[in-house]
Structure formats: structure tokens, C-alpha cells
Ligand binder design. Structure first.
Ligand SMILES: [Ca+2]
Ligand SMILES: [Ca+2]
Length: 502
């Protein structure tokens, strides 16, 4: 039995991998497909454009008709509504930024503000803060558990704090961050210095006689994640994700991932959450519509209402961008534009790995597995069949995520008005509590700084390097971090060589 299995394996190896990619004499006899992280959609690029290419196997027709149109509306800024301008107006009243690309920089990620010796950080151009009430009624809690309701918004500023606004509208908040240094010591004495953030949020309505934030409001800082490979993540079969859940840690390994379940406006049903730092969005179409309305103040079929609270009369009075003197649309973002942007978001390719089978990278991969990183950062999936996205259909992919929520401990928790970490009983986004985060995919992470040297890691961007990100792991990942802290110098180098090769 063993022998015949081995024969099958070896012959698969020859069928699939004898294409000259990498040596065929690897220690294990698996076919070497891992360097192509996104299967046939993988691109070869190590430049600052590494995250901006379309799926390598995309047809010319799709590229010209949809990808380029989506790119245009992802990249170029939107302007305030007026009677005369184009299909790109209707920004605000309230917004965080005026172009998708200004947060998802070069189709990669954003960053937390940097600080100087004398000044706190105020550059929130690619980050935003959500606001959620924590002391909620049983009815509200049940609604969230049944996933009909993402959260209960702050009654002053709503569920997201917009730190910018069009002329004549009061922006909701002014934001600032300061950091203190925290030292982490490895077993061999090596020290890494991390920066622990304190977020300072000024509610501008207080100056207008408003009471300010509700006393029980909790805050969740989010930097923009990278845009690559998202259509492939959308096609990971739901069964494969659910099969990895272990909500009560039945297997006793200290890791208890669970899926977020969220309300899908498109499906009008509870669906598996996949996107966002807490997996609060079920699809790229809904994530894009959510970004348009919350981050930019742009309405669409899926999000027909502006992001203003009832008392924000200046926001409500902002001219909308529903068409111009010639055309009129029902919403500021037409269906054609929304579809094209979601298509674009599905098709940013993942770059090929540089040295996946090199000796040092292989040693680093073994250390990654020894430290249990792959219990959450699960390497491989096969995507479902899709006629809508043939390029992404039935691909073997290596995203390094389980798309599940994990309690990452107090240090990475969302926080209260007086800057205390929230407890794990506070629901922040559908079923995700204030200490839970979705395991982010690691594919492409080694090219992050090539794409944007200012990019930072983790949900709030506190980590300046990949190693800092690892050393912030706590909660369910505490044991993994403990094992990393035992690495000696050459092991650290191998470990990082693997991560930087992804
Ligand atoms: Ca608007
Ligand atoms: Ca708001």
C-alpha cells in the first residue's frame, strides 16, 4: 500500500514538475509548484510594480474591458459632487481619502503614521478607525450573533471615524499617534525594539456642544491591507475554511480559530466573512461598496445611503454626485463602475517567489513549521471552479492563511476611550470580538517594502518589519512567538529568508 502510493506520488511529480522550474532532486518528492503562489495567475516581478499586475493568464478582452476600467476608478481621485462634472464626483460629505489607491498604495498596503523626535504622527492617509459600542442590549447582541448587524455605531460619529470632509462639512475627528519603545529579548541576548502605539482621538463635535463619543465606545485602528490575490481567496471553498475551525480547541493545541459569519447585502443571508482584518466582509463586491461609502462617501446600489449620522446636517446637505447635466445615475457609483472595481480587486496577481527551493529558504520554512506558524498561516489550497473568473478557477495556491479569526491577546486588542484593551466579550464586527483578527495571507509579504518603503505590518501598522510583526503575536500565537524567541542568529536569518521569499 505504502509503496504503490509512493509510485503515484513520484509519477505525479514527473508529470507536473518536470518543466525545468527548480531542481527535481528536492528532499521530498512533492511536485515543485510552490514558487507559483497564485498558480497560473502568478506574475514575475520584483520591482515597485510587483503588486500592480493583472492575473498572468488573463485574456486580452477581460483586461481591456474590465481590469483597465477598474484600475482607472481605483487609482484616480474622486471629487466633491457638483452638477457639471463627470462620473467621478460625489466624494464625501465625510471621507477618509479620495482614492482607493491612496490607501492601498501601489496596490499594496498602507502604513501607520511615523513620528519624529519632536512630533507625534498625524499621517492617517492610509489608515482609519472604526467605532463600536460595547455596552449593548441583548437584542443588539443577538442581532450581531445572527450576523444581521456588524456593530452598534457610536452615536456621535457613527461606525467609522472620517478624518476628512469636503468644504463646508466638519470632519469628525483629528487623529494623532505616539509610540513607546518595548524591548524583546531573544534567548541568545539579541534585542529587538518594538513600538507600542497610543492613539489620540479628538472628537470635533465636542466643540459644537455635542456630548462626544459614547462612554462605552471602543476603537479599532485599521491600515489598508495589500490587494494581491484577493479573487483567489474568494474562491477558496467554504468547506476548506470551515474544516479548519476549532472554536473550543478540541485538539488542545491552544489554537481555536473560528470563522466570522456576516450579513451579506448581496445574498440577503448570513455568509462566511473573508475580507478585512476581522473578516467582516463576505465578498469583494461588498467590500468595495463598503469602501466607497465609508472611506469615500460614495453611494452605490449595495450602499445607497451616505455615511452621515442624522445629526450631521452639514454632511447630509452635501451635493451628491448622481449624474451630471447629460446623464443621471441612481447612485454616485454606477453598477458598471462598482463591478469593474470589484473585478480589478479580484485580479491583482501575486508575484512569484524568488528562491522557494533554495537551501536557506527551505531551512527557514522548516523553522516556520516547527514554530507552529502554519497552524494559522496555512500554506496551500485549491480554488473552486469558477466560470465568472476562469483565470482563478481550479488553481493550486499558497496564500499562508486560514481566513479564520484568532484571539491575538491583549497587546493587539482594540481599545476603549481611556486607552485600555477591550475584553474578549466585546463584539466589534459581527462575531469578531475586540481581540480577534483574521490571519492575514503572507504571500507577497517579502516584496512589501519594494512596493512601498513606508509600508508597515499588522492591523494598525505598528510593526515596521516582519520580525516586529511576529514578536507582537500573543494569545493563541503566544507559544509560536515563544519558540521564535529561542532562535539563534543563524536560525533567525534562515527564518527571515523564508518569510522574505514569500
Ligand atoms: Ca457622496
Ligand atoms: Ca462617521
Amino acid at each position: 500500500m505504502r509503496i504503490s502510493l509512493l509510485v503515484v506520488f513520484v509519477s505525479t511529480h514527473c508529470l507536473v514538475a518536470c518543466d525545468g522550474n527548480g531542481g527535481s532532486d528536492a528532499a521530498n518528492h512533492e511536485p515543485q509548484i510552490e514558487h507559483r503562489s497564485a498558480g497560473d495567475a502568478t506574475v514575475v516581478d520584483v520591482t515597485s510594480n510587483a503588486f500592480s499586475a493583472h492575473s498572468a493568464n488573463m485574456s486580452e478582452v477581460s483586461r481591456i474591458q474590465k481590469f483597465n476600467l477598474g484600475n482607472d476608478f481605483f487609482q484616480n481621485p474622486w471629487v466633491a459632487g457638483s452638477a457639471s462634472t463627470s462620473s467621478r464626483d460625489g466624494l464625501g460629505g465625510l471621507f477618509n481619502n479620495n482614492a482607493c489607491q491612496d490607501c492601498h498604495i501601489r496596490d499594496g498596503r498602507g502604513h501607520a503614521p511615523n513620528v519624529s523626535a519632536t512630533e507625534d504622527g498625524t499621517d492617517f492617509s492610509s489608515a482609519l478607525i472604526r467605532a463600536t459600542r460595547s455596552n449593548i442590549s441583548e437584542t443588539d447582541k443577538n442581532m450581531m450573533l445572527q450576523s444581521l448587524k456588524a456593530n452598534v455605531p457610536d452615536s456621535s460619529a457613527g461606525g467609522q471615524l472620517q478624518h476628512d470632509a469636503v468644504a463646508g462639512v466638519m470632519k469628525e475627528v483629528d487623529l494623532r499617534v505616539s509610540y513607546i519603545d518595548v524591548e524583546m529579548q531573544f534567548a541568545d541576548g539579541h534585542i529587538e525594539t518594538l513600538r507600542q502605539p497610543s492613539w489620540h482621538i479628538t472628537n470635533n463635535y465636542v466643540s459644537q456642544g455635542h456630548a462626544g463619543f459614547d462612554q462605552d465606545t471602543v476603537f479599532s485602528v485599521r491600515t489598508a491591507p495589500p490587494m494581491i490575490g484577493l479573487g483567489l481567496l474568494a474562491l477558496i471553498p467554504e468547506t476548506a475554511i470551515i474544516a479548519q475551525e476549532d472554536p473550543n480547541d478540541m485538539d488542545g493545541d491552544g489554537i481555536s480559530g473560528r470563522a466570522n459569519r456576516v450579513w451579506s447585502i448581496e445574498q440577503q443571508a448570513v455568509s462566511l466573512g473573508r475580507f478585512g482584518w476581522k473578516a467582516g466582509q463576505p465578498s469583494l463586491l461588498e467590500q468595495s461598496a463598503g469602501a466607497f461609502v465609508n472611506d469615500m462617501g460614495l453611494t452605490s446600489r449595495l450602499q445607497p445611503d451616505e455615511n452621515c449620522m442624522p445629526h450631521q446636517v452639514d454632511c447630509l446637505a452635501t451635493p451628491n454626485g448622481n449624474g451630471d447635466s447629460v446623464n443621471s445615475y441612481d447612485y454616485e457609483v454606477s453598477d458598471a463602475i462598482l463591478d469593474a472595481v470589484a473585478f480589478y480587486a479580484a485580479h491583482l496577481a501575486v508575484p512569484q517567489r524568488r528562491d522557494a527551493y533554495g537551501a536557506q529558504v527551505q531551512r527557514g520554512k522548516a523553522l516556520f513549521q516547527d514554530a507552529g506558524c502554519d497552524q494559522c498561516h496555512v500554506a496551500r489550497y485549491d480554488t473552486a471552479s469558477s466560470s465568472a473568473h476562469p483565470e482563478l478557477s481550479e488553481q493550486s495556491i499558497f496564500p499562508y492563511t486560514d481566513l479564520l479569526l484568532h484571539d491575538m491577546g491583549e497587546q493587539l486588542a482594540d481599545f476603549t476611550l481611556d486607552n485600555q484593551p477591550v475584553s474578549d466579550t466585546v463584539l466589534v464586527e459581527f462575531l469578531a470580538n475586540g481581540r480577534e483578527w483574521r490571519t492575514p495571507p503572507l504571500w507577497g509579504i517579502g516584496l512589501t517594502k519594494a512596493v512601498d518603503p513606508h509600508a508597515t505590518f499588522l492591523h494598525d501598522g505598528r510593526a515596521r518589519t516582519v520580525m516586529e510583526a511576529v514578536l507582537w503575536h500573543g494569545g493563541e500565537a503566544e507559544e509560536s512567538k515563544r519558540l521564535v524567541l529561542q532562535f539563534n542568529r543563524s536560525e533567525r536569518e534562515d527564518f527571515l529568508a523564508f518569510l522574505m521569499d514569500l
